[in-house]
Design a protein around this ligand. Structure first.
Ligand code: GLU
Length: 446
C-alpha cells in the first residue's frame, strides 16, 4: 500500500478499532486494491472520503436475554452495524455463532458495502448477529432467542431503512421466528423488512439456492474465460450449510464431481461424488453432523483431523467461514494442480493464501464478487415485496444468472482498465468502490 493517504487511513482504522483483526484484514485488502484508482482520480482522497467510508454510519449493540428449556437464564450480545446507506437501505445478513464479536460484524458489514454495490441493485451495506450458539438448541430455545433478539432489533430496521437476512446460523427457521416477532410488535405486515422469508409469506423462489448457485454461475464464467468448463472437473467444496449445499448441487448439475463437504467436526471424502439429497437430509432436515453422511454412504469416508485442502482437485470452493484456507493450504492446492478458487464464504482465504494463488497463476474469485448471488436474490425478494408480486423459479434464476455474469464481466473489465488483467480481486474491489465513492461525492460530506 505505497500511497501515504491509503496508509494513513489504514493506520487510523487500526488505532480506532483495536483488536478487530478481521476488520483490519478486510479493510487492508480493499484499500490496497484502490491504489491504481486513487492515482488516476485523486478526488477520492478529498473531503476525508476514505476515512468516512471505513467508519460505519451507526453501530448498535444490545442485550439479548433468553430462557432455555430447563428454565435457566442466559444473556447474549446482539449487534447490527449499519455501515453504508449511500446506495440504498442497509442490507446484509445476521450471523448467530459463538465467534461473533464487533470486529467480525464490522468486517462482514464492510465487505457487504462493495458486494452489494457490485450487484447493481439499490442496496447499502450492513451486518448483524449475535454470539449465540444455535448448536444443540431446541426449536423452542431458538424461537425464544429470536423473539428476544427482534424485540430490540425491530426499532432499528425497516423496509426502507435496514433489511436483515440470514448468514451462518440463521436460515429459514430463524427468519420465520424473527419475522413473526417483528410483525407482532409493529402490527404491520412489512414483508420487505427481512429477506429469506418463507414462500407462503413473501419469500422469493431461488433465495435458498442463490448463494451456492450464484457462486457456480460466477465460477462457470471464470472457467469459460480460461477456455474450459465444470464438465468432468473434480471439485472440493468446504462447508455443509446453505452455501455449500447448493454450490454442490449446481456444480454437479454442470457435470463436475464434487468429492467433499465439511462441518466443524471434520470433512467427508466421497470419490463417487457427494449425494446432495443425503447431505440435505442430514444437515438441513435432521440438523446432524457430517460424519453421519459417511455412516450412511459406503463410498464415503469421514476425516476428523486433517485439512480438506489436502484433497486433490481442479476447482476449490471454500464455503465454510473466514480464514479457513491459509497460506499452507494454498501451497498444497498449488502443488496438487488446482487451477481455480472461488469463494462462497466471506473472506475464507487468508491474505497469504491469496498471495500464493496470484504467484502461482491460479484464477481466484473473491467472495464479494462470487458469493454476491445471495444478497442479490434478497434484492430481488425486496423488488417482489414492493410490487406485491411473486416470480417463477425460472424468472428469479434467470435474473440471478444475469447478475452473476454481470459481476464477472465488470470485475474483468475493471481489472483490465486499471492494468491488472485477470485479477478478479482488484477488479471487484475497484468496481464496487467507485459506485459507492461517486455517490458519496454527489451527496456531500455525510
Ligand atoms: N449473508 C449473505 C451475505 O453474506 C446474504 C445477505 C443478505 O441476503 O442480505 O451476503
Amino acid at each position: 500500500m505505497p500511497s501515504t493517504r491509503l496508509q494513513e487511513v489504514y493506520s487510523n482504522l487500526v488505532a480506532n478499532n483495536p483488536g478487530e483483526k478481521e476488520f483490519h484484514q478486510a479493510a487492508k485488502e480493499i484499500l490496497e486494491s484502490l491504489e491504481p484508482v486513487i492515482k488516476e482520480r485523486p478526488e477520492y482522497t478529498d473531503r476525508a472520503l476514505l476515512d468516512r467510508i471505513v467508519e460505519p454510519e451507526r453501530q448498535i449493540m444490545f442485550r439479548v436475554p433468553w430462557m432455555d428449556d430447563k428454565g435457566e437464564y442466559h444473556v447474549n450480545r446482539g449487534y447490527r452495524v449499519e455501515f453504508s446507506s449511500v446506495l440504498g437501505p442497509y442490507k446484509g445478513g445476521l450471523r448467530f455463532h459463538p465467534s461473533v464479536n464487533l470486529g467480525i460484524i464490522k468486517f462482514l458489514g464492510f465487505e457487504q458495502i462493495f458486494k452489494n454495490s457490485l450487484t447493481g441493485l439499490a442496496i447499502g451495506g450492513g451486518k448483524g448477529g449475535s454470539n449465540f450458539d444455535p448448536k444443540g438448541k431446541s426449536d423452542d430455545e431458538i424461537m425464544r432467542f429470536c423473539q428476544s433478539f427482534m424485540t430490540e432489533l425491530q426499532r432499528h430496521i425497516g423496509e426502507n431503512v435496514d433489511v436483515p437476512a440470514g448468514d451462518i446460523g440463521v436460515g429459514g427457521r430463524e427468519i420465520g421466528y424473527l419475522y413473526g416477532q417483528y410483525k407482532r410488535i409493529r402490527n404491520s405486515f412489512d414483508a420487505g423488512v427481512l429477506t429469506g422469508k418463507g414462500l407462503n409469506w413473501g419469500g422469493s423462489l431461488v433465495r435458498t439456492e442463490a448463494t451456492g448457485y450464484g457462486l457456480v454461475y460466477f465460477a462457470e464464467e471464470m472457467l469459460k474465460d480460461a477456455g474450459t468448463s465444470f464438465d468432468g472437473k473434480t471439485v472440493v467444496v468446504s462447508g455443509a450449510g446453505n452455501v455449500a449445499t447448493y454450490a454442490i448441487e449446481k456444480a454437479e448439475k454442470l457435470g463436475a464431481k464434487v468429492v467433499t463437504a465439511s462441518d466443524s467436526s471434520g470433512y467427508v471424502y466421497d470419490p463417487e461424488g457427494i449425494d446432495v439429497e443425503l447431505l440435505k437430509q442430514i444437515k438441513e432436515v435432521e440438523r446432524g453432523r457430517i460424519n453421519e453422511y459417511a455412516d450412511r454412504r459406503s463410498s464415503a469416508t469421514f476425516v476428523a483431523n486433517g485439512s480438506i485442502w489436502d484433497v486433490k482437485c481442479d476447482v476449490a470452493l471454500p464455503c465454510a467461514t473466514q480464514n479457513e484456507l491459509d497460506g499452507d493450504a494454498a501451497a498444497t492446492l498449488v502443488k496438487n494442480g488446482t487451477k481455480f478458487v472461488a469463494e462462497g464464504a466471506n473472506m475464507p482465504c487468508s491474505p497469504e493464501a491469496i498471495k500464493t494463488f496470484s504467484q502461482a497463476g491460479i484464477h481466484y474469485a473473491p467472495g464479494k464478487a462470487s458469493n454476491a448471488g445471495g444478497v442479490a436474490t434478497s434484492g430481488l425478494e425486496m423488488e417482489q415485496n414492493a410490487s406485491r408480486s411473486h416470480w417463477s423459479f425460472e424468472q428469479a434464476d434467470e435474473r440471478l444468472h444475469s447478475i452473476m455474469v454481470g459481476i464477472h464481466d465488470t470485475a474483468v473489465a475493471t481489472a483490465e482498465e486499471f492494468g491488472f488483467p485477470g485479477n478478479y480481486m482488484v477488479g471487484a474491489n475497484i468496481a464496487g468502490f467507485v459506485k459507492v465513492a461517486d455517490s458519496m461525492i454527489d451527496m456531500g460530506v455525510i
